[in-house]
Design a protein around this ligand. Structure first.
Ligand code: NDP
Ligand code: MG
Length: 383
């Protein structure tokens, strides 16, 4: 039986991870979880799965939860609580499904504790990929991708040699506004942006899909996970989200991984790797029913965030951390109704332009840059 610690249990990936655990009770046991502020959902999870350890974001929530849960459940909070969940002694694998660069320190601590990591939290790899990958190598820890594109690439690479890879081809659905020109994005609302055509996800990543920053973050994530230079990473618009990504080899062969869009498939693969477990028969891929799949080149002027991500990735050093922090803060302002949709990319561009590159930033430098960038974005006014 595999014992699982789950960060971000109350989120979209977290809840789908719980589905997979529930469907395979003989294989998996949930030992520890972290949540943010959704205490009602946290209580439901405690009742159903009875984890030994639970961390929530705020102290007051933790203290009131303590009075409501069975005495065997330890309740902790804050950054320290998150670290405790990440390194829980009984867990074999940490599923990191927390949102944002808050996942960085717990990931590094879990690596040091020798945990296998199933990583959904792409912001961690974008912010400090060089530090995370070096730590994973040093401690001999596997980082198993949960993101569907990276899981696809990982599956295509089973039994292959790194030296034979020509390029990675990451597919993009195009997000909520894929059929609109830039000029049609002026007055779009939060509600419009949250209406993704193919995937049901958390709010932040749904906005990232609409700006195409999600694909940009995924390009940087792929660079670190698969050790491929940026010129060897391509993005292809594929509106059906059936091919989850591809690998082209030097001999011109292209391998693809396909399936209906369901995050429980890559989540489960990360949990069972290198083996596979049965999934329900309903909703499986029927290509004859779909009939046609469509592909287009990406327009880097239409989707500027993708261009910024390639540029920041290639420049390396501290720039990807700026890109990520600026994006997190700008998306948060958009979701709060403070700025317009196109101002998200305008803010990111301002933060990137202002920053003076540091080549090999250590963890403290990254932490500082992350918070300075967020403060800068919070203060910019468009009036
Ligand atoms: P959600 O917003 O749905 O969930 C985020 C989770 O993190 C929740 O459990 C939330 O707690 C918790 N959380 C948020 N902020 C904090 C904080 N400061 N401290 C502690 N916990 C916090 O996000 P998703 O599940 O959509 O995404 C999670 C990660 O997975 C992201 O990095 C995303 O890019 C990646 N990903 C998501 C995919 C998807 O289909 N959703 C696909 C591929 C990757 P609470 O809700 O209790 O406040
Ligand atoms: Mg993805």
């Amino acid at each position: 039986m595999k014992k699982i610690s789950l960060m971000g249990a109350t989120g979209s990936i977290g809840l789908q991870t719980l589905d997979v655990i529930k469907e395979n009770k003989e294989q998996f046991k949930l030992t520890a979880i972290s949540a943010g502020r959704n205490i009602a959902e946290t209580k439901k999870i405690i009742t159903e799965f009875q984890p030994q350890l639970v961390s929530v974001q705020l102290k007051e929530d933790a203290l009131s939860l303590r009075n409501e849960v069975p005495s065997g459940t330890k309740i902790v909070w804050g950054e320290e609580g998150l670290l405790e969940v990440a390194c829980h002694q009984d867990a074999d694998i940490l599923v990191n499904a927390v949102l944002g660069s808050v996942g960085l320190y717990p990931t590094l601590q879990a690596i040091e504790a020798g945990k296998t990591i199933a990583i959904a939290n792409k912001e961690t790899l974008v912010t400090a990929g060089h530090i995370v990958m070096e730590a994973a190598k040093k401690h001999g820890v596997d980082l198993l991708p949960v993101d569907s594109e990276h899981s696809a690439i990982f599956q295509c690479l089973q039994g292959e040699n790194q030296k034979d890879i020509e390029s990675l081809i990451i597919t993009a659905s195009g997000g909520s506004f894929r059929d609109r020109a830039r000029s049609e994005l002026e007055g779009v609302t939060v509600k419009d942006a949250l209406n993704h055509p193919n995937w049901s996800m958390g709010a932040k990543i749904t906005i990232d899909s609409a700006t195409m920053m999600n694909k940009g973050l995924e390009v940087i994530e792929a660079h670190w996970l698969f050790n491929i230079p940026f010129e060897g990473i391509k993005v292809l618009l594929h509106r059906e989200s059936i091919i989850h990504s591809m690998v082209e080899f030097h001999d011109s062969s292209v391998m693809a991984q396909l399936g209906t869009p369901d995050m429980r498939v890559p989540i489960q693969y990360a949990l069972t790797y290198p083996e596979r477990l049965e999934r329900p028969k309903a909703g499986r891929l029927n290509l004859a029913e779909i009939g046609k799949l469509h592909f287009e080149d990406m327009d880097f002027e239409r989707f500027r965030c993708l261009k910024y991500a390639f540029e920041a990735g290639e420049a390396g050093g501290s720039l990807p951390a700026v890109l990520n922090a600026a994006n997190e803060a700008a998306v948060s302002r958009f979701l709060n109704g403070e700025i317009s949709f196109l101002q998200i990319e305008a803010l990111i561009e301002k933060a990137l332009e202002k920053h003076e590159l540091i080549k090999q930033p250590d963890l403290d430098t990254i932490k500082l840059i992350d918070s300075e960038t967020r403060n800068f974005i919070k203060k910019v006014s468009f009036n």
